[in-house]
Design a protein around this ligand. Structure first.
Ligand code: TMP
Length: 199
């Protein structure tokens, strides 16, 4: 099964991915984790190109999809065949939000492009970590091109994640709380669905 973590900058995705992996270890469940863009050798090579300044939004989209397609064949499909739980730090919803909505390529257009190049896979659970951008930005020092954008951009990203979180797989998590409380909620939801899936 696939579990994705989504949300704006500084919401704590990476730390909650790691905490979920430790919880799965405690239950002796097999897992694998990676971030996007990135993951496989090729995809990690694509990441700095994707993150470079001044590139066109469609170029960004094609780069992240090239990264994802390679991950699907090299990491995701083999891990699913082995019954592993795959935990991904950003996946299809980030593409819908950053390139489709904030990047103005269009939500349905981006979804169709993903479908037509075999990069549309819906996770079993998607945690959308939600926190007001002004608060999230107090947690880290902005560095990359996305993080350096203005508050209006980040508020648009936050709203876009909330707007697209309409599927059964989506769980909006209030990340503006004590980190342990947030991770307890995430782990309990994940364990419940993992158990249901294995029955
Ligand atoms: P992060 O790994 O620090 O979250 O940074 C990755 C950046 O890439 C983040 O700002 C969001 C962006 N991104 C997209 O724009 N589209 C995508 O499809 C993905 C996966 C990430």
């Amino acid at each position: 099964m696939i579990i994705s973590f989504e949300g704006g900058e500084g919401v704590g995705k990476s730390s909650h991915c790691a905490r979920l992996c430790s919880a799965l270890d405690n239950k002796k469940l097999p897992w694998l984790t990676f971030r996007e863009p990135g993951g496989s050798f090729l995809s990690e090579k694509i990441r700095p190109l994707f993150m470079s300044e001044g590139i066109d939004t469609m170029t960004e989209l094609l780069l992240v999809l090239a990264s994802r397609r390679q991950n699907i064949f090299e990491i995701i499909n083999p891990a699913l065949d082995k019954g592993k739980i795959i935990i991904i730090d950003r996946f299809i919803d980030s593409t819908l939000v950053y390139q489709g909505i904030a990047g103005n390529l269009g939500l349905s257009e981006v979804k169709n492009i993903m479908k037509s190049c075999g990069t549309w896979i819906e996770p079993d659970i998607t945690f959308i970590l939600d926190i007001e951008p002004a608060k999230a930005f107090k947690r880290f020092i902005p560095g990359d091109k996305f993080e350096n954008r203005d508050d209006g951009y980040h508020r648009k990203i936050r709203q876009a994640f909330l707007d697209i979180a309409t599927d059964k797989r989506h769980r909006i998590i209030n990340a503006d709380r004590d980190r342990n409380e947030v991770s307890r909620e995430i782990i309990s939801i994940a364990e419940k669905i993992i158990t249901e899936n294995s029955m």
